[in-house]
Ligand binder design. Structure first.
Ligand SMILES: [Zn+2]
Length: 445
């Protein structure tokens, strides 16, 4: 068995080689824990986000979409508790200038005391006492860099939904219970980021906030827990690598009454990539207090007034992409040769089919081009005439392309092509004019 680190190394290396994920600003030595999605990565992530949006917005009549700005009024973050509470205790080494979390297990002794030893330079007595460090990225709005002009890059997308809750409610004529969904970037100045795109300083969230009548929150919490696990399972992941983890009392965030993570067994262990949280009326009550605006809901049928409770489903788009990448990675032996194959669910695969003329002569490239032009109007397809057919298959296996369409000598005679299945390696002979229908059928779901 390859070691877990080894599996991550291989995945990171494949991600770069095939154009899924690159390190940010690599030619300058990279920027810590910031990553860029390449040609295949952007398609994969987009397919995941679109699947989420379809399930959460288009297929439901009680959820509306929103795209709120990253920059928000600074008072939002006072109301949400992020200015005061979104902090980690950190210690600095006065000698080597490195910064650590106060609970870093590598630190020996008590930071701030002469016995404490820096885990990097090894000096004793150079670590400061813990100081609180806010995880929000700060910047300045307008031309003057002064305290009054400080604003933040949002550390979560949820607040953009809360401050728009009444706008959406009124504009959409929804009634409680209803939800607002959003996909967008958020930023956290993490001190110990890592594990590739698992914990990054810039990341994308897929969040849905569901507004319910107090007292019905437990029911809705169970409903959304089940829905989200079902959606995750629908990504075609190994079932034994998925589980729920309930937050213990001491793990619960200050706003949460109950919280479950959906965890995946990554090569580096079980970790969360989505959370379902019962946030109670904490958020809307706080915004009501801080803004001075009433955020009550009035039930027109019963004339009841209440501040809705919120059940949140919050998924990381990057983490879900990492789950899909890690789960798809397979090494196997095919007729004595090692094959690396990304077994993506066909609906998530960045490229659905590749078109190969067997050789670049005898009318094969012309027919292959015609087929390529036809198929590309329906699905994302790739044309490759470089190198041996075996090498071309292997490149598409690493890209996770479900189907390889080969135009061979017989094709120019009878207008049929072979379609190779990425997983079974079986080949079907299909009439060229039936190819689109064949692929559409195979890619369903
Ligand atoms: Zn040091």
């Amino acid at each position: 068995m390859p070691s877990p680190d080894n599996v991550m190394d291989k995945l990171v290396s494949l991600a770069k080689r095939r154009g899924f994920v690159f390190q940010s600003s690599e030619i300058y030595g990279g920027l810590g824990s910031v990553w860029d999605y390449g040609p295949l990565g952007v398609e994969l992530k987009k397919n995941i986000k679109e699947r989420w949006w379809r399930a959460m917005v288009h297929e439901r009549d009680d959820i509306e979409g929103l795209d709120a700005a990253i920059l928000m009024h600074p008072k939002v973050w006072e109301a949400s508790g992020h200015v005061a509470g979104f902090t980690d205790p950190l210690v600095d080494c006065k000698q080597c200038k490195n910064r650590f979390r106060a609970d870093d297990p590598r630190i020996k002794g008590t930071p701030g005391q002469p016995d404490a030893q820096c885990p990097v330079c090894g000096m004793k007595g150079t670590l400061t006492a813990p100081r609180l460090f806010n995880l929000m990225f700060k910047t300045f709005m307008g031309p003057v860099e002064e305290d009054a002009a400080v604003i933040y890059l949002r550390p979560e997308t949820a607040q953009g939904i809360y401050v728009n809750y009444l706008n959406v409610l009124q504009a959409s004529r929804q009634k409680v219970p209803f939800g607002i969904a959003q996909i967008g970037k958020a930023f956290r100045n993490e001190i110990t980021p890592g594990n590739f795109i698992f914990r990054t300083r810039e990341f994308e969230q897929m969040e849905m906030q569901f507004f319910v009548k107090p007292g019905t929150d437990l029911e809705w919490f169970e409903f959304w827990k089940a829905q989200r696990m079902q959606w995750v399972q629908g990504l075609g992941l190994h079932a034994e690598k998925l589980r729920f983890h309930q937050h213990a009392k001491d793990e619960l965030a200050h706003y949460a009454k109950d919280a479950y993570d959906i965890q995946y067994e990554f090569p580096f262990g079980w970790q969360e990539f989505e959370g379902i949280h019962n946030r109670t009326d904490f958020d809307l009550s706080r915004h009501q207090q801080h803004s001075g605006k009433k955020l009550e809901y009035v039930d027109t049928a019963t004339n009841e007034r209440f501040v809705p409770y919120i059940v949140e489903t919050s998924a990381g788009a990057d983490r879900t992409t990492l789950v899909v990448l890690a789960d798809a990675y397979h090494e196997e032996e095919v007729s004595g040769e090692k094959r690396v194959v990304m077994r993506f669910h066909p609906a998530l695969a960045p490229i659905k089919a590749a078109v190969f003329p067997l050789v670049n002569k005898d009318g094969m490239p012309e027919l292959a081009r015609r087929i390529y032009d036809d198929v590309r109007r329906h699905v994302n397809v790739f044309y490759d005439d470089g190198g041996s057919i075996g090498r071309r298959y292997r490149r598409q296996d690493e890209a996770g392309t479900p189907f390889g369409i080969t135009i061979d000598g017989q094709s120019t005679q009878d207008q049929t092509v072979t379609v190779r299945d990425r997983d079974t390696l079986l080949q079907d002979r299909v009439a060229a004019d039936r190819l689109v229908a064949y692929l559409t059928e195979q890619l369903k779901g």
